[in-house]
Ligand binder design. Structure first.
Ligand code: FES
Length: 111
Protein backbone atom coordinates (compact mmCIF):
# COMPACT_ATOMS: atom_id res chain seq x y z
CA UNK A 1 0.00 0.00 0.00
CA UNK A 2 1.12 3.54 -0.74
CA UNK A 3 0.13 6.39 1.59
CA UNK A 4 -0.84 9.83 0.26
CA UNK A 5 -1.15 12.80 2.60
CA UNK A 6 -4.51 14.57 2.19
CA UNK A 7 -4.87 17.21 4.92
CA UNK A 8 -4.82 17.88 8.62
CA UNK A 9 -7.88 16.63 10.48
CA UNK A 10 -8.41 20.12 11.95
CA UNK A 11 -8.68 21.55 8.42
CA UNK A 12 -11.72 19.40 7.67
CA UNK A 13 -14.98 20.75 9.11
CA UNK A 14 -17.92 18.53 10.09
CA UNK A 15 -20.55 18.26 7.32
CA UNK A 16 -18.19 19.83 4.76
CA UNK A 17 -16.32 18.24 1.88
CA UNK A 18 -13.04 18.72 0.08
CA UNK A 19 -11.92 17.54 -3.33
CA UNK A 20 -8.45 16.25 -4.17
CA UNK A 21 -6.62 15.21 -7.32
CA UNK A 22 -3.68 12.88 -6.76
CA UNK A 23 -1.07 11.55 -9.15
CA UNK A 24 -0.74 7.89 -8.18
CA UNK A 25 1.14 4.93 -9.59
CA UNK A 26 -2.15 3.96 -11.31
CA UNK A 27 -2.66 7.45 -12.79
CA UNK A 28 -4.73 10.45 -11.75
CA UNK A 29 -7.20 9.91 -8.92
CA UNK A 30 -10.00 12.37 -8.17
CA UNK A 31 -11.60 11.93 -4.77
CA UNK A 32 -13.67 13.66 -2.15
CA UNK A 33 -13.24 13.73 1.58
CA UNK A 34 -16.27 14.22 3.79
CA UNK A 35 -16.44 14.52 7.55
CA UNK A 36 -19.49 13.88 9.69
CA UNK A 37 -19.72 13.42 13.46
CA UNK A 38 -15.94 13.92 13.51
CA UNK A 39 -15.20 10.90 11.27
CA UNK A 40 -13.76 11.35 7.77
CA UNK A 41 -14.67 9.21 4.75
CA UNK A 42 -13.12 9.19 1.27
CA UNK A 43 -14.75 8.23 -2.03
CA UNK A 44 -13.70 8.29 -5.65
CA UNK A 45 -15.24 11.32 -7.32
CA UNK A 46 -17.23 9.21 -9.76
CA UNK A 47 -21.02 9.01 -9.85
CA UNK A 48 -22.11 5.38 -10.37
CA UNK A 49 -24.94 6.58 -12.65
CA UNK A 50 -22.84 7.84 -15.60
CA UNK A 51 -19.27 7.53 -14.36
CA UNK A 52 -18.72 11.30 -14.29
CA UNK A 53 -17.57 13.63 -11.47
CA UNK A 54 -20.13 14.29 -8.74
CA UNK A 55 -19.47 17.98 -8.23
CA UNK A 56 -19.77 21.11 -10.32
CA UNK A 57 -17.54 23.24 -8.08
CA UNK A 58 -14.40 22.34 -6.11
CA UNK A 59 -15.12 21.18 -2.54
CA UNK A 60 -18.93 21.26 -3.10
CA UNK A 61 -20.48 17.79 -2.82
CA UNK A 62 -23.30 18.08 -0.30
CA UNK A 63 -27.05 18.50 -0.60
CA UNK A 64 -28.39 21.90 0.41
CA UNK A 65 -29.35 20.48 3.82
CA UNK A 66 -25.75 19.19 4.19
CA UNK A 67 -27.09 15.75 5.12
CA UNK A 68 -25.98 13.75 2.04
CA UNK A 69 -23.44 13.74 -0.75
CA UNK A 70 -25.35 14.81 -3.87
CA UNK A 71 -24.50 14.36 -7.53
CA UNK A 72 -24.76 17.73 -9.29
CA UNK A 73 -25.91 16.22 -12.60
CA UNK A 74 -29.13 14.34 -11.74
CA UNK A 75 -29.32 14.85 -7.98
CA UNK A 76 -28.63 11.32 -6.69
CA UNK A 77 -28.21 11.30 -2.90
CA UNK A 78 -25.53 9.22 -1.13
CA UNK A 79 -25.01 8.66 2.58
CA UNK A 80 -21.85 10.24 3.97
CA UNK A 81 -21.01 7.21 6.14
CA UNK A 82 -20.97 4.47 3.47
CA UNK A 83 -21.65 6.11 0.10
CA UNK A 84 -24.89 4.19 -0.51
CA UNK A 85 -27.21 5.82 -3.02
CA UNK A 86 -30.59 6.25 -1.32
CA UNK A 87 -32.37 8.29 -4.01
CA UNK A 88 -31.94 9.07 -7.68
CA UNK A 89 -31.21 7.19 -10.91
CA UNK A 90 -28.51 4.97 -9.34
CA UNK A 91 -30.51 4.12 -6.20
CA UNK A 92 -29.12 0.94 -4.59
CA UNK A 93 -25.64 1.49 -6.05
CA UNK A 94 -22.79 3.09 -4.09
CA UNK A 95 -19.74 5.33 -4.31
CA UNK A 96 -16.36 3.61 -4.30
CA UNK A 97 -14.90 3.90 -0.82
CA UNK A 98 -11.19 4.61 -0.27
CA UNK A 99 -9.21 3.63 2.84
CA UNK A 100 -8.02 6.35 5.21
CA UNK A 101 -5.46 6.32 7.97
CA UNK A 102 -5.05 8.84 10.79
CA UNK A 103 -1.52 9.77 11.85
CA UNK A 104 -1.91 12.06 14.83
CA UNK A 105 -3.68 15.07 13.32
CA UNK A 106 -3.06 14.04 9.71
CA UNK A 107 -5.38 12.20 7.31
CA UNK A 108 -3.67 9.91 4.79
CA UNK A 109 -5.12 7.93 1.93
CA UNK A 110 -4.00 4.30 1.60
CA UNK A 111 -3.92 2.90 -1.94
S1 FES B 1 -24.64 11.38 -13.27
FE1 FES B 1 -24.94 11.37 -11.13
S2 FES B 1 -27.04 11.03 -10.87
FE2 FES B 1 -26.75 11.00 -13.01
Amino acid sequence: MTPYFLCNNDDLIDNKTRSFTLETEQGQLDLLLVKTENVAYAYKNICPHLGIPLNWQPDEFLSIEETHIQCSTHGALFTMENGHCIAGPCSGDKLENLALEYRDNEIWLQL
